[in-house]
Each structure stands twice: as C-alpha cells, then as structure tokens.
Design a protein. Structure first.
Length: 51
C-alpha cells in the first residue's frame, strides 16, 4: 500500500512538471521514456524465453 502511495505521489510530481515544461522538452522526455520501456520489455521477453 505504501508503494502505491509513493508511486502516485511521484506520478503527480512528474505530471506537474510536464505541465510547466515546453512542448519540445516534453516530447523528448516522452520519447526517451518510451524507448526505455521498449528496451526493458524486449529484455524481459528474451529473459523469459531462456528460462
């Protein structure tokens, strides 16, 4: 439960900072996060196939 509260708090902070950031900065940050998530998903999928 504490983890969920901390995650929601961090999400609120992140969304608040995005609201005040210029659009190009927001798009670059979104692209970086998207690439990181894709790489993570690929690594997890390949790791699951080897086990």
């Amino acid at each position: 439960m504490l983890f969920l509260v901390a995650a929601l708090l961090l999400l609120g902070v992140a969304m608040g900072s995005v609201a005040h950031a210029p659009l190009p900065v927001t798009l670059v940050a979104a692209a970086v996060i998207g690439v990181w998530l894709v790489v993570f998903a690929i690594r997890e999928r390949s790791r699951a196939r080897h086990h």
